[in-house]
Design a protein around this ligand. Structure first.
Ligand code: FAD
Length: 426
């Protein structure tokens, strides 16, 4: 790509931008991807006076069918940043237990209400609102810059190290040079692919179809899950509508699609008959989004000058909805470990030593492995039998006994709420 040498200084953080076809800017940390992981990391670094440029491919944060759950550990992180109270002024609902209705009656495998925290519940808030809030907070710091509609296409590499990225926005091509590039660009990470890092994948036994339908004020609140006749339905209360997930055995979507949207409505209404009439508007497959469920983890999360966090480093199964929680905890660990080295880079124009990047992976890999192993057990012992049952399904004995054993009953709630070895903002 052609580079010019004629630069025009931009306000803030001593950045420079050339005139001409290809513009080059400089920053200390370029974060690719303004999802929960990238946005929170950018905020954490900006608070510490580190120049950070957040590049987000989409022109806005509006996203349908994404995780909208903020677990207690995330809310505690928001509290440590002094922004939890303001965040909770945004429209949200609270879910403090997971109740699953089965053919043998309801049971509650996880209850967060007894957790010893200011936030003993899952905060359900549209991800759009959360991301806009975090970026607005980051914009209060002069060392923060966000570029929306910036699609990262290439890495800038020199002497075997990553030194920046090239992206395109509506003005054409740009280059950002940085002491560190963080790939927080999600499950299909382009940065990961460009860096030649290959995730090791496992394939959980299911896929999920997401759609929405209207919610009336007198409806149930929070989270509803129902297992019956080989099917699983989940519904998340989104105030004026339900976000519904219909879990199907992996790879069976083409068959269902062939049968028609009416068949999806019939099957779902069979599980949730009380809302059958609300499915009327579900008239074509464009209103349904397929989540091909996967679980994966990269063997290495870094290269010289580059770190992966969040879904780019590990895709979590949707069991217990911990993807956002884990992406944000990665961001907090990265912020804690890298703030000092990045400040040093900023002051002395030196690269960030890869040992610090390896320390982020060491801090976050074990918690990720443990939760992925537990999710695999739930998939194998609960979800696969439920999807394959055809007739009545009863949860395994251990799961049914757990809520009745005082010293064990809070373990699932704690694991869902915090994960393993939660990160705190330093
Ligand atoms: C349908 C669905 C439902 C889910 N439900 C839940 C849930 O209930 N609870 C939960 O915790 N998790 C849930 N998840 C998972 C959760 O959304 C992810 O784990 C979480 O968003 C990961 O955060 P992240 O910041 O790592 O990546 P992402 O949120 O994926 O963000 C990546 C960002 O990078 C941007 N990007 C991608 N490529 C480029 C590029 N080349 N250049 C610039 N920017 C780029 C994307 O536009 C995106 O904004 C769900 C996921 C899906 C798909």
């Amino acid at each position: 790509m052609a580079k010019t040498t004629e630069y025009r200084e931009r306000a803030g953080a001593g950045r420079a931008e050339p005139r001409g076809a290809s513009r080059v800017t400089r920053t200390t940390c370029a974060v690719v991807g303004g999802g929960p992981g990238g946005a929170v990391l950018a905020l954490l670094l900006a608070r510490k006076g580190i120049d950070v440029t957040l590049l987000e491919a989409h022109p806005d944060f509006d996203r349908e069918f994404r995780g909208d759950t903020l677990h207690p550990s995330v809310m505690e992180i928001m509290d440590q940043l002094g922004i939890a109270d303001r965040l909770l002024r945004l429209r949200h609902s609270k879910v403090d237990r997971f109740t699953v209705e089965t053919d043998t009656g309801p049971f509650t495998p996880a209850n967060l209400s007894r957790l010893k925290t200011k936030f003993p519940y899952i905060t359900v808030m549209p991800q759009t609102d959360f991301l806009e809030f975090i970026v607005a907070e980051a914009e209060k710091y002069p060392s923060f810059r966000v570029v929306m509609g910036a699609r990262v296409r290439e890495l800038v590499e020199e002497d075997g190290a990553v030194r920046g990225v090239r992206y395109e926005d509506e003005d054409g091509p740009h280059e950002v040079r940085a002491a560190l590039v963080v790939g927080a660009d999600g499950r299909g990470s382009r940065v990961r692919r460009l860096a030649g890092i290959e995730p090791v994948k496992t394939s959980p036994p299911m896929d999920v179809l997401w759609f929405k339908f209207p919610r009336e004020p007198e409806d149930a609140e929070g989270l509803v899950g129902r297992f019956a006749r080989g099917h699983i339905a989940i519904m998340l209360d989104r105030n004026d509508h339900w976000q519904a997930g219909y879990v199907i055995p992996k790879g069976t979507f083409p068959e269902l699609r062939h049968e028609g949207i009416g068949e999806l409505k019939r099957q779902f209404a069979g599980l949730i008959p009380e809302y059958a009439d609300r499915l009327e508007h579900l008239t074509d497959w464009r209103k349904v989004s397929l989540l091909s469920v996967e679980s994966s983890r990269c063997p290495t999360w870094h290269r010289p000058g580059l770190l992966l966090i969040g879904d780019a480093a590990h895709v979590m199964s949707p069991v217990a909805g911990v993807g956002i929680n884990y992406a944000i905890q990665d961001a907090v660990s990265a912020g804690n470990i890298l703030a000092g080295p990045l400040r040093e880079s900023q002051a002395r124009l030196v690269a960030v030593d890869e040992r610090h990047l390896a320390a982020v992976q060491r801090r976050r890999e074990l918690p990720t492995r443990v939760i992925q192993a537990l999710q695999a057990q739930v998939q194998k012992n609960v979800l696969a039998p439920a999807l394959g049952s055809g007739g009545s399904f009863s949860p395994p004995l251990l799961l049914r006994l757990l809520p009745k054993i005082p010293i064990l009953r809070d373990v699932p709630g704690r694991l869902i709420g915090y994960g393993v070895w939660p990160s705190r903002v330093r």
